[in-house]
Design a protein around this ligand. Structure first.
Ligand code: ASP
Length: 376
């Protein structure tokens, strides 16, 4: 072979190798890009590759409620309608997400137990860990919706959107608010902007942080309010986020649902004129490991209730003061702190109970427990 010919062959080979390399770089990038979109929206049974996959976990409530009368919005049966019917009632959801659903429970949320709460949370955690799921919507009765939402906010270890939704009017009522709320919840769960915001509550065109929202009215559709701290955003066809939550949540908490199989008994005692220590004694006797005292004003504790609280702490229970006023921070009180009676920060009694249950799965050190109330 002449030198010239050898040079041509070597040059040719170099060109081929180079072309091969850039070709494989390109295809590697393409594969990476495809993998990225695939994790964001993996095919489901109904599968549309371009849409995110949203799983609806149904637990019952008025959103799944039915009544004989179309004009009555009370005295209906909560949790009467199954997940398939809920999905079929809002076919428009399929234009914005691949929807699949499962029935975790079908109850009025006043009957939500720790056992069902754990079952729901573990199922949500499992789904969130899967590449096949981009976001979760939980349908729930409104009565205790904020408790479930706050629990999920503290124990799930994912940035993927989790939205809890309910309705105030049963599915059979004129002006039922369930379909629009469900559609909006799916819209938020399917949105990229909703990533990393903690568990959200969507009703009445508003997006609220589970940490701050509370039910404020017995029957009105605009019952869920987050007035003191503000909403995360609102929905008006589009999704408009305005705020972020500053309290730690999901990946930044000490609680992981995969490690929690049981929750301790924590009871709530309502403070009122002439209340007494016997309330605390009864709770301890019934097995309470923690007590939330829904005190008057800034978590005030009557002298008689204080006797009960001090005795409960001596027996090894954790006692936390919250407030029955509905808003505001319960500030530390040095006299009560000396007795290891803690303060709930701005958590209302029912959410303080959720946090205290979780705190007690980790520690019985009052200082550590108090720090959870400041951080979460
Ligand atoms: N009792 C019902 C529940 O919480 C009320 C509702 O969903 O609005 O399940």
């Amino acid at each position: 072979m002449t030198k010239k010919r050898m040079l041509f062959i070597v040059l040719g080979l170099l060109l081929l190798i180079n072309a091969g390399c850039s070709g494989s770089n390109e295809s590697r990038n393409e594969t990476k890009a495809r993998a990225k979109t695939e994790t964001a929206s993996v095919k489901t049974a109904q599968g549309n590759d371009r849409l995110p996959n949203i799983r609806i976990l149904a637990t019952g409530g008025t959103i799944a409620g039915a009544n004989q009368s179309k004009t009555s919005t009370t005295n209906y049966k909560a949790g009467a309608v199954g997940i398939d019917t809920l999905i079929e009632a809002v076919p428009e959801m399929k234009d914005i997400a691949n929807i699949s659903g499962e029935q975790v429970a079908n109850i009025g949320s006043q009957n939500m137990t720790n056992k069902t709460l754990l079952k729901l949370s573990k199922r949500a955690a499992k789904l969130l860990a899967s590449d096949d799921v981009d976001g979760i919507v939980v349908t729930h009765g409104t009565d205790t919706l904020e408790e479930t939402a706050y629990f999920l906010n503290l124990v799930l270890k994912s940035d993927k959107p989790v939205v809890v939704v309910g309705s105030m009017r049963p599915s059979t009522a004129i002006g039922a608010d369930g379909p629009a709320n469900l559609y909006n919840a799916v819209k938020v769960a399917a949105s990229k902007e909703a990533y990393g915001k903690g568990t959200m509550v969507v009703l009445n065109d508003r997006i609220a942080a589970a940490r701050y929202v509370t039910k404020t009215h017995t029957t009105a559709p605009d019952t869920f309010k987050s007035e003191e701290m503000g909403y995360l955003g609102n929905i008006a066809d589009g999704i408009y986020f305005h705020n972020d939550i500053t309290k730690k949540h999901t990946k930044d908490t000490d609680f992981n649902i995969s490690k929690i199989n049981q929750l301790p008994q924590v009871d709530i005692i309502y403070g009122y004129q002439n209340d007494g220590r016997y309330l605390f004694d009864a709770a301890i006797k019934a097995g309470a490991k923690g007590i939330i005292y829904a005190g008057s004003g800034n978590g005030s504790v009557s002298d008689e209730a204080k006797k009960g609280a001090v005795a409960a702490v001596k027996k090894g229970a954790a006692v936390v003061r919250s407030t029955r006023t509905g808003s505001g921070v319960v500030t530390p009180n040095p006299d009560l702190e000396k007795e290891n009676i803690l303060a709930s920060n701005s958590l209302n009694p029912q959410k303080a109970r959720i946090l205290l249950m979780l705190a007690l799965t980790k520690t019985d050190d009052p200082k550590k427990i108090q720090s959870y109330f400041e951080e979460y």
